[in-house]
Structure formats: structure tokens, C-alpha cells
Write a protein that binds this ligand. Structure first.
Ligand SMILES: [Zn+2]
Length: 152
């Protein structure tokens, strides 16, 4: 890994320790060129398996972009979106899985989105769960009214 100070292409590891309860390793490095020290972190990259069969790294930005679309015209500000993105990321990280299905991502979004805005939640759920009829919407609205958990 190159030195972030002088771009020297080489650096020396002087210390390694577990971080995030063993989910990551932090390394203290020293640059033989400029002598400055910096820290790197190595962790499993959580990959999302898309329905198309393609996998890509989990991206909080992509989650937020998807939810932002569902929130169009709704009184949901960027702070709330950022917070939701953070919640989803935490939930996904907590699974510890190296590969996450788009289904799990959807579930992790639905809970906090429902708390945030019910209309946006319905829009998102209609796409994510593939609502095909008014009945599907009616059932979901009923469940919202009854404050039952999503999917009940
Ligand atoms: Zn350097």
C-alpha cells in the first residue's frame, strides 16, 4: 500500500491488531521513504447478490438512492435518509455475512422506512414485494393500521 503522505509505493507494517470485535484488522504502517506513520484497516467486503446474479459491494449510497426515489414528494429530508442508510448498514454489518441477498437488504430497509414515512414505505414495499393488485396494497395498509410488523 502506498504512503498517503509522499505516495511512496511501499510501506512497512509495524503493528497489527484486531478491531471491531475481530471483524477487522488494523495495521499501523511506517513509510520507509518519509518516515511518517499511518493506519490501514482490513475487513471482509460484504457483497450483495443481485437478482440478476451479479454481486457488488454493499453500498450505503445505493440504499439511500433507492429510498430517496420512494420518498419523492414526501416530507423526508436528507438527514433522515442518511440516518436510514446508517441503520441499514448497521443491520447488514451485524449479519456478518460475506454475501447478502437483495431480499435481506430489502427487509433491512422496510423496517426503518416504515417508521419514517408510511407512503414511501408502501411505494418501496410495492416494488420490493412485487405488489400486483389493489388487494396487495390493501393488505399492507391493513397491516400498517394494525401496527403489525412488516410481513405479518
Ligand atoms: Zn511516505
Amino acid at each position: 500500500m502506498h504512503c498517503p503522505f509522499c505516495r511512496n509505493p511501499d510501506s512497512r507494517v509495524i503493528d497489527s491488531r484486531a478491531a471491531d470485535d475481530g471483524a477487522a484488522i488494523r495495521r499501523r504502517r511506517s513509510c520507509p521513504e518519509c518516515g511518517r506513520r499511518f493506519t490501514t484497516q482490513e475487513a471482509v467486503l460484504q457483497m450483495v447478490a443481485k437478482r440478476s446474479g451479479v454481486t457488488e459491494p454493499f453500498s450505503r449510497e445505493k440504499i439511500i438512492a433507492g429510498v430517496r426515489r420512494a420518498c419523492q414528494g414526501r416530507p423526508v429530508d436528507e438527514d433522515a435518509l442518511a440516518q436510514l442508510g446508517h441503520q441499514v448498514e448497521e443491520a447488514i454489518r451485524a449479519t456478518g455475512g460475506a454475501e447478502i441477498g437483495s431480499h435481506e437488504i430489502g427487509l433491512a430497509i422496510l423496517g426503518p422506512l416504515r417508521e419514517l414515512d408510511e407512503v414511501a414505505y408502501l411505494r418501496f414495499a410495492s416494488v420490493y414485494r412485487g405488489f400486483e393488485s389493489l388487494e396487495d396494497f390493501e393488505k399492507e395498509i391493513e397491516s400498517l393500521r394494525g401496527a403489525a410488523p412488516p410481513g405479518a
